[in-house]
Design a protein around this ligand. Structure first.
Ligand SMILES: [Zn+2]
Length: 127
């Protein structure tokens, strides 16, 4: 039997392949992403992860890849629908959370655990 994570990855790889978009997400990458967001929805950061969400929807050319998949709750997932990422602030999503998602997907955030970016280090260098 497949674990929920395995099922999410394999079903979404199939969806992307059918749509002709990139399909490269591995189980390891997905588990790391879910963990990165603390097993919470990346949009609201309060409810638990329920679905694999494509930041750029498959219908708009997004793939099932490590730099396009984030965990979401059913509520945020249905609110987002197939909106382009640039339209999310109009849908009442937290701008801060959206920026955080973008930085993560672009690979600009690689701190583990999250939220420990050390600004003090910068202060030390500045003095
Ligand atoms: Zn949510």
């Amino acid at each position: 039997m497949l674990s929920p994570y395995q099922w999410q990855v394999s079903s979404h790889l199939t969806r992307a392949k059918k749509a002709g978009t990139p399909a490269t997400l591995t189980l390891k990458e997905w588990v790391a992403t879910v963990k990165y967001f603390d097993n919470k929805c990346a949009y609201c950061r309060t409810r638990p992860t329920e679905v694999l969400e494509h930041f750029l929807p498959i219908i708009l050319g997004g793939g099932t890849t490590a730099n396009n998949c984030i965990p979401a709750c059913e509520s945020c997932n249905s609110k987002k629908g197939s909106s382009h990422p640039d339209r999310l602030s109009r849908l009442d999503f937290s701008v801060e959370n959206i920026e955080y998602i973008k930085r993560y997907l672009l690979g600009e955030v690689n701190v583990n655990p999250p939220h420990t970016v050390n600004s003090r280090a910068l202060v030390v260098y500045g003095t």
